[in-house]
Design a protein around this ligand. Structure first.
Ligand SMILES: [Ca+2]
Length: 474
């Protein structure tokens, strides 16, 4: 179902030392027009921030067969070290060159999850960088990134309640078998999380682990869960994954036994694409030690979209999608909201990056309708590009979620709310099948989705994965 971008490369393993010989390749994306537009907007003396994608990219899918005999933690250590080594070597020349341009350029961040760096410089120097033989693509970093929006109404706390949308995907059937996501970590990249909300407070991983490996905020500098940009969006998406008020037993989340970690992205006036890359990279190894795996989420929920006009339309960015596939190859599922385009005039198809074939896209059904109707089914066709890359659907209309007011909830609609249903379902399955990876568990949801609606059924996925001895878990 997912197209693969094949990158040529070879791996030789011996004496505990790994030698990597990547060959130059180009995933085949034309230079982003957004860079020209960004340069046109500034004078020669002003600086702009860009993402510099190196030509040599390391696609972990290519080494997966070579390391499949190793244990899962061993594979992760190897892959993280390979990525870091590869990026360091590949970026060395460029960084030396930039060091000679002292005062003219700021290296904002170097990445390893894919081979890129974020720099800020004047247009003339950016032009020089983009003409280098080792650079594949230079893109403007300032791109509007928006949470996949939602309408809202207030709601009170409710006692002994479990929301109906959770039952539509049969989450309650897994609860009755004892699966609540216990021992599992989920993560979102969003507008922050109101950590004091009673539906979320107890399940933050920072209660039982260092805050620094449970909360990441490279944008605003907070060190414990906080809301960013005054936006309740991230609090809501997190609550769909794990929300439960233990005092009132008000259940708004699917995997309420799981623990959550989170990262903000730059949701201030101009959103910075590299802040999402940074959040994704942090999520792969939150404690910064590849040898430990008890800090790693099984799924990263991304209820956000980029401005389609600002990226390389119409097909998305193969380079950026490599970040997702590298994370997935390390066992973490990454799910994206398909977007909430409401009219053909607004946009003709699915959001970026959800539309890319290598990115998992979640749409919505209106589960308040007895037929679970699909809204805007034509959205899943990316005109002139992909026939369909929408993978799964989940309830997304009138979903009750935690708000930034600790005493209140909101009623919201959108693919922002359907996407964390999938993430929560993966967390439930992870407790039942701890040796399966996030992508493998999501594959089970894919294999057992409703053939017409693409609606997930977590109970069917559980049975698809194998026979579970129920009594063992009661
Ligand atoms: Ca770790």
């Amino acid at each position: 179902m997912k197209q693969r971008i094949l990158f040529a490369f070879a791996l030789i393993v011996g004496m505990g030392v790994f030698f990597l010989f990547p060959r130059p390749h180009d995933p085949g994306v034309p230079p982003g027009n957004d860079l020209k537009e960004s340069i046109a907007r500034v004078s020669a003396d002003e600086t702009i921030q860009v993402n510099v994608w190196m030509k040599d990219q390391l696609d972990l899918r290519e080494i997966k067969p070579e390391v499949a005999h190793l244990s899962w933690p061993e594979q992760r250590v190897l892959m993280i070290n390979l990525l870091k080594q590869h990026a360091r070597r590949s970026q060395e020349d460029l960084l030396k060159y930039l060091a000679h341009k002292k005062g003219e350029v700021e290296v904002v961040k170097t990445f390893w999850i894919a081979n890129l760096l974020t720099v800020r410089a004047r247009p003339a120097l950016i032009e020089e960088i983009s003409n280098r033989a080792d650079v594949a693509l230079v893109e403007a970093d300032m791109v509007k990134i928006t949470p996949a929006g939602a309408k809202s109404a207030w709601s009170e706390s409710m006692s002994n309640n479990a929301e109906s949308n959770l039952k539509v995907i049969n989450a309650h059937k897994l609860w009755s078998l004892g699966y609540t996501g216990e021992g599992v970590i989920v993560m979102n990249i969003d507008t922050g999380v109101m950590g004091d909300h009673p539906a979320l407070q107890a399940s933050w991983r920072g209660n039982v682990a260092p805050a620094s490996e449970s909360w990441h905020d490279a944008v605003f500098g907070t060190t414990t869960p906080a809301i960013a940009c005054s936006d309740p969006h991230g609090t809501g998406t997190m609550s769909v994954m794990v929300g439960l008020d233990p005092t009132t037993e008000d259940t708004v989340g699917i995997a309420f036994g799981a623990r959550w970690i989170a990262s903000t992205f730059d949701c201030s006036t101009f959103e910075i694409r590299s802040s999402v890359f940074d959040a994704l990279q942090w999520g792969v190894d939150p404690d910064g030690d590849p040898n430990t795996t008890d800090d790693v989420p099984v799924v990263i929920n991304c209820s956000l979209r980029s401005d389609a006009d600002a990226l390389s339309k119409p097909c998305g960015n193969n380079y950026a999608s490599l970040i997702n596939t590298n994370i997935e190859t390390m066992g973490i599922a990454v799910v994206y909201a398909a977007g909430n385009q409401t009219s053909p005039q607004e946009d003709d198809s699915m959001a970026i990056p959800a539309r890319h074939p290598d990115v998992w896209a979640v749409g919505l059904v209106d589960a308040t309708d007895p037929n679970h109707i699909i809204l805007r089914p034509d959205l899943e066709k990316v005109l002139g590009c992909y026939e369909s890359t929408l993978d799964l659907r989940a309830p997304g209309v009138n979903i009750r979620v935690a708000s930034n007011d600790p005493t209140n909830y909101r009623i919201v609609s959108g693919t922002s709310e359907s996407t964390p249903h999938v993430a929560g379902a993966i967390a439930l399955l992870k407790q039942a099948f701890p040796n399966k990876t996030g992508p493998e568990l999501r594959d089970a949801l894919f294999a057992t989705r409703d053939p017409q609606l693409k609606l997930i059924d977590v109970e069917a996925a559980l049975h698809h994965l194998g026979n579970v001895v129920v009594s063992q878990y009661r």
